[in-house]
Design a protein around this ligand. Structure first.
Ligand code: C2O
Ligand code: CU
Ligand code: CU
Length: 534
């Protein structure tokens, strides 16, 4: 078994792997360690039911947000769901399969006892279709969306966005995946011979506190609501039977707050290289070899794992590795102030660092999914050298807009402000390019910054923490997951991330969007600013 996997590592690695730094002995013990829960077969979405693939192809579809009914036994996705019917099939939290250029008509029916609105995270739409909280649907009422799919092929998602209630409604189960397809996507599937449902598998990750409704403590509100257990497609302790070929995993971190450090490992804890082909902005220009990838709340990664050299009987693991979650804000001493910006963290501050999450502190390692090698098959495809053409955003004349992420007077803030509905502190001229400098204080925690409607380019990371800098693949400090386009970028304490945004859009009149931290507790408490594009 080890022989087969070692050969795989040697064959696929393009950079030396440092097993001493990355191997996580004992991680196996953390799989299904709580209680007597047995491992269960991973739930794989089909063409109906929970997370089922729904391709409207021009049909109007109704999404009803309400109580989750008839979730498969042994699955846990919370008490709420979007239910839908299409061409005789029933769905819960359908995976919307959309073609680039397609017109989408969805009616949201609010069967909740409180207002809601659905945001199509990552899609380039106008304000009325963005579902960003400017419009709310009262209980019992409906809202019609009608937009064209303008995005590149990729994995996007949807979730509620009523300000102040986003975290609770999302945690309770109201979210699903959007897969946009185009010519690049079709060419890739053909080249790799992968098919959704068998060799291309979505992995929707959410940490939950089993049996407990969303009831955050004051601490949870500051740091983010962390669950004790991880669910993959609603399955706890999942395993997947695999064969000796290539698999595509499309991974969404749908957690309210938890960042994960994903890696594929042997049972001995040795990393198995994988190929990153996409992120939240869609396919990358070219594949990149990785051994580990951070994925914050709302980020997505699209990865290929080549199991050709594994042996029948092997077990591999998708795990989150141990990392410093850098909750370097202090709950007891004074939180970040401006003098902390740009200065080294004071000696002794590290001891004040603390972790949250009770049974599963953020940054503690866990096995998330077991891959059980069951059969030998023939497979001879090669990963294409180029995946998608993405133009660089021309930044020569772009003004730079500075942002500071910090904590003051009991709340996380952007540029010292908290969100006010109807106020747009960020005013942008349509058709212009801007660079944004996102600076996080040293005495802070990581913030997953998301911009609605405009996929951006990550230009550089500066003063990154060592664990992040170690993954950089270019002199600008960028990570493999920063390549291509993005809609969410994790900014670590002490770090500065520079992004470029082209505010060209085809919608008539001024539009309003949101820029916010996607730690949903931070967002709901006001770590969000309105953006007017006029
Ligand atoms: Cu995923 Cu403003 O949201
Ligand atoms: Cu903390
Ligand atoms: Cu945050």
């Amino acid at each position: 078994m080890l022989h087969g996997l070692a050969a795989l590592g040697l064959a696929a690695a393009t950079r030396p792997v440092r097993p001493d730094a990355l191997a996580t002995p004992g991680i196996a013990d953390s799989f299904c360690r709580t209680g007597s829960v047995p491992a269960r077969r991973l739930f794989i979405p089909g063409n109906a039911g929970y997370l089922g693939r729904l391709a409207p192809r021009g049909d109007a579809v109704t999404f009803t947000a309400g109580a989750a009914a008839g979730a498969p036994a042994a699955m846990s996705n919370g008490s709420l769901a979007f239910s839908a019917r299409h061409r005789g099939r029933g769905y819960a939290n359908p995976t919307l399969v959309l073609q680039r250029g397609e017109r989408v008509r969805i009616t949201l029916v609010n069967a909740l006892a409180e207002p809601t609105i659905t945001h199509w995270h990552g899609l380039t739409v106008d304000t009325r279709n963005d579902g960003n909280g400017s419009f709310l649907v009262p209980p019992g009422e409906r809202y019609d969306y009608d937009f064209e799919v303008r995005n590149r092929a990729g994995m996007y998602w949807y979730h509620p966005h009523p300000h102040g209630r986003t975290a609770a409604q999302t945690y309770r189960g109201l979210y699903g995946v959007i897969l946009v397809e185009d010519d690049d996507e079709r060419a890739l599937r053909k080249a790799l011979d992968v098919a959704p449902g068998s060799t291309e598998i979505p992995l929707v990750l959410q940490d939950r506190r089993a049996g407990v409704d969303y009831a955050p403590s004051p601490e949870d509100l500051t740091h983010g609501f962390l669950g004790d257990e991880l669910f993959v497609n609603g399955t706890h302790c999942p395993y997947l039977d695999v064969a000796t070929r290539l698999y595509r995993f499309r991974i969404l971190n749908a957690a309210n707050a938890r960042t994960l450090s994903l890696a594929f490992l042997t049972v001995a804890g040795t990393p198995i290289p994988f190929t990153l082909i996409g992120n939240d902005g869609g396919l990358l220009p070219a594949p990149v070899q990785c051994t580990q990838a951070f994925i914050s709340t709302a980020e997505r990664i699209d990865v290929l794992v080549d199991l050709r050299h594994a042996a029948v009987g092997d077990t591999l693991r998708l795990s989150t590795l141990a990392f410093d979650a850098m909750h370097a804000e202090s709950a007891t001493s004074a939180p970040a102030d401006h003098s902390a910006m740009g200065h080294a963290m004071p000696e002794g501050q590290r001891e004040a660092d603390h972790h949250h999450g009770g049974a599963w502190p953020e940054g503690a390692p866990r096995t998330l999914l077991e891959l059980r090698l069951r059969k030998r098959v023939a497979y001879d495809r090669r990963i294409p050298e180029s995946l998608s053409a993405i133009p660089r955003i021309e930044t020569a004349n772009a003004p730079e807009r500075p942002f500071r992420l910090g904590f003051a007077k009991g709340r996380w803030r952007i540029n010292d402000r908290v969100f006010e509905m109807g106020v747009t502190p960020i005013e942008v001229t349509r058709g212009t390019v801007e660079t944004w400098l996102l600076r996080n204080y040293h005495t802070s925690m990581p913030h997953a910054m998301h911009l609605h409607a405009f996929a951006f380019e990550v230009l550089a990371r500066e003063t990154s923490p060592d664990a992040v800098a170690a993954l950089a693949i270019d002199p600008r400090g960028r990570l493999p997951t920063d390549l291509g386009r993005k809609d969410t970028v994790l900014v670590w304490p002490g770090e500065s991330v520079r992004i470029a945004i082209d505010f060209t859009h085809p919608f008539p009149g001024p539009q309003t969007y949101m820029f916010h931290c996607h730690n949903l507790e931070h967002e709901d408490a006001g770590m969000m600013l309105g953006v007017a594009v006029t």
